[in-house]
Design a protein around this ligand. Sequence first.
Ligand code: FAD
Length: 514
Amino acid sequence: NISLILVMINLVIITSNTIVATNAKSTHPCSPFYAYNYNLVCDNSTLTLASTDFGGTVHEKPLAVLEPTSVTEISKLIKLSNSLSTPFTIAARGQAHSVEGQAQARDGIVVNMTYLNGYRHGKGIVIVHNEKDAWKSYADVRGEQLWNDVLNAALEYGLTPLSFTDSLFTSVGGTLVNAGVGAQVFKFGPQISNVHELDVVTGKGDLVTCSEKKNSKLFFASLGGLGQFGIITRARINLGPASPKVKWLHLLYSDFSAFHKDQEYLISFNRKSDNAFDAVEGFLMLNQWPNLLGFFPTQEIPRINSLIAQHGIIYVLELGKYYDNTTQDQIDQEIEHLTSGLKFVPTFKYVQDVSYQNFLNRYANVGQGLPVQPQSWLDLFVPGSRISDINEGVFNNILFKQNLTARGIILVFPMNHTKWNDKMSVAIPDEEIFYLVSVLQTVPANMLKAFDDQKNQILEFCEISNIKIKQYLPRNKTHEEWMEHFGSKWQNFEDRKNEFDPKRILAPGQRIFN
Ligand code: FAD
């Protein structure tokens, strides 16, 4: 009897969308018809989880959560929404490592991508190893997979993805809609520059394979497209040969100018050049600073602290040099040679030997699971020509003088525009060298406002000083802010939205079109 009723309801839906749309009970995703036919889950704890993310400050409750067992189910759900006169919004949720509710959908449906993994039977990552030329190897990876799992699967063949973020516990789809930047970005570009092909379920519900040559509009729109055009269900990712070991260095600078000039010098080496560092990042030490993985020897801490006390801010150049069969003497000599002209404070050079995996996982302690305390984060791409102004106005004046104490990290490192493809959606500064400046803080709940006010002051300072930053993982709220953010790319962005998601169904948590 129940199935007969369901068939009848189904017929009514097919013959008249208007009836469905006006009949609140039958359109509610938790009504027996929808929940039963679409694997929708509506219990309170599932809905609460879907309205939580890494940031812990935005909580938008969806009507239901789709726990998909196949890509077809995602496509069916999007088509259903399109068929209604009042479509519901849909947000893919990877690992919810967003901090501003980007993976949430108020009164819409959240697609919990992690469920797909259970139905892959271990086939979510397929490595294709080119034995003649390891640089031509690739991985076919499903959108919900974790970068950590991609890395482990590739390492079994002596291979590795080329570009990583500082957390390996985000999903492939979740980072590809942003950019994916980290220590290797200067050499290989962001993660979005290392993708050959995508499968995308568009905002109309069509499953489309796209690449630079095939359906290229969707391909370029999706990379860095903040989830606005489709849900990424597969990505073909570049791989290259992996080295088992890494020399991991921290060089301490008291002079910002020497620090950023050395960074820029180090990123000017060519791709695949042996005689260069493989990883370049940087961070600040002021009041509280991260001793990553207990990097610094305990007996050195007083000396480092007195250097910080003397100068206020210390800039740490973080480097990685991959190596394999070289002897310790040889690699030590190479490191000596590579660091010989750098202008760090003499004797403040620290080197550790770590495995490749441990190096990539050096921030892992902050990336697994969702934290209990709220996060106050701001990520900016800053034109290289204005980075000294950021040092003066943001690091020295706002951050150092206000001295709000929080656990976290302040990152600053440069990258090359040439490693980015301007056809992709992501907005970046219009200069050959630009920096990532990230102020990432875990804060006490009662101090959240003070920290967020500080982030707004930083944005105001950039505005007043006419520093043409682009926000990364943007916090924009209004339509006008988004138009300004994308600048000359806006028209294209909007046109692609009209083409691939005309009913504005996808990724409402980014607050671009909703
Ligand atoms: P979610 O938060 O689940 O989703 C993010 C957005 O992507 C949402 O709009 C969602 O709807 C959409 N989305 C999710 N999956 C898909 C899909 N398959 N297809 C289409 N859209 C989808 N970023 C860097 O670049 N470099 C870093 O070094 C870095 N370090 C980080 C460290 C930590 C501890 C954390 C928490 C974040 C870090 N990030 C970094 C940011 C991170 O890359 C982004 O927040 C990323 O979106 C997280 O992926 P996720 O799977 O958690 O995505």
